[in-house]
Design a protein around this ligand. Sequence first.
Ligand code: ADP
Length: 587
Amino acid sequence: MAATPMPKRLPEPIINENAKIVLQRRYLRKDTEGTPFENYRELFWRVASSIAAEEKKYADSVYTVSKLAREFYDLMTSYRFLPNSPTLMNAGTDLGQLAACFVLPVEDSIEGIFDSVKHAAMIHKSGGGTGFSFSRLRPKDSVVGSTGGVASGPLSFLRIFNCATEQIKQGGTRRGANMGILRVDHPDIMEFIKAKERDGELNNFNLSVGLTEAFMRAVEKGEDYELVDPKTGLVSGTLNAGEVFGILVQKAWESGDPGMVFLDRVNRDNPTPAQGDMESTNPCGEQPLLPYEACNLGSINLGLVYAAGQNGHDSEIDWDELKRIVHLAVRFLDNVIDASNYPLPQITETVERNRKIGLGVMGWADLLFQLGIPYNSQKAVDLAERVMKFIRDESRAASKQLAKERGPFPAYADSVFGKADLGPYRNATTTTIAPTGTLSIIGGCSSGVEPLFALSFVRNVMDGDRLVETNPHFETALKNANAHSASLMEEVAKKGSIASMEFLPEDVRRVFVTAMDIEPMWHLKMQAAFQKYTDNAVSKTVNLPNEATQEHIREIYWKAYEYGCKGVTVYRDGCKSSQVLCTGDSE
Ligand code: ADP
């Protein structure tokens, strides 16, 4: 749809130094020589105006296209809200593929498997990430009907997907990222669990074992459980649940891989069960989807809704402003669905039927810093629930408003909302918490709902110059406490954390905690708090110190299950990590 021409007096956005590097490398449109032919203002206007242009289709809209384009521009260039990378890269371009997350089916046939390889390649080319369940593939060594030969099993095909991904550098933007899931009751599960043992194996995949409630109950009771051949539906063997869980824990301790996803928990939140089960998530785990479904994400920067206390009142959150942002962001993300060109007709169909969007947050650690609340405290966990409940409720209110203007999502009547007479809503889901690997760089804020990794660090820039980069809220707090000095900043940059600096004021040390200062259980409690009010899932890493034992990891896994998390990712400091990178620096 034709976009509104750029207004003459459109303000120039302020771009931080790191964002300049990321935007120049991957987001500004370039000619065949690789020279950018748009500037930052044009980039954000391209996105704002093309997404706003979709509004024209809806006669009952409360906005004019030009007013909405300007509101979207201001929303993005003030970094209060940013849409996922593919929207920033491709909105208003011929490619026009705007979603970050896809799930594709892998059928148990050669045609099905290679269709899926091809479809994944098309999605990677457009900057999206793909997730697959390999659970439908018949196990290794079972008979192939048409030839009488033997099947090579899910793992051998996973390697083909991995290899294809390797070859498709994404048009100068980013290499593909994949999630591979295998159910714990698939006969090849042990091979899957060990698949990334060797460094560099399946390097374009994150792997997760799909755990079921039946399996978790068997772990609890120390019982065996059955392996089922997906082709025949017959039981092909048994394993001891406790032993399998123990190996999963051991692998997580060694390398963080594979992760796990609680499939029954995921499907308890399936808004459209009539269309089948969700069997996989996107690469970073925050977005469970149906086969052939895609979802576009966007994140609100919570660091910018801080309201300083006045007239003796405590500092707070500017709830009115947060509400305004949520409503505008939901409209933006719903328009993105219409503006996007999906790489396959089946995907267009599924997306348009359910119209899932994933609004989430970033800058959570920045907000806590400003409010003076330690991340590792009950107060922070309670606030997380309050903030996310507010965002979920307001995003649903916004989706209801859109349903009035545009009609509900086509599958509404058959969805859990339709059945419970809760809507009508425009979107089957509204909330997801993404990692915001690149968005947080562009927004200059802390990523997702994660704590900071370091309060200050040294960045090596060109010509061997060193630049000490410090979190601005930390710097302000030190200045207010009269504790700021260049030598101290060098020291903090070396350590990252101030946990051991007893000479610093106690309240500063309590509030300015980093990922490694935080007890693993607080990481998990924070994930659970956000999950409670998130329709889709939460991207979060539970950091553990190097000396953590397998027993610690076992406890985290078990609690994640009990707290109702949809999956869990642990990372033990210093262990080899083979996570697929999702940051702006991933090549
Ligand atoms: P961004 O900040 O770039 O918008 P996120 O770090 O929030 O992205 O990741 C969100 C989702 O985007 C991921 O779960 C994945 O589906 C997709 N994604 C991220 N990085 C990549 C990548 N390098 N290649 C393909 N897809 C990616």
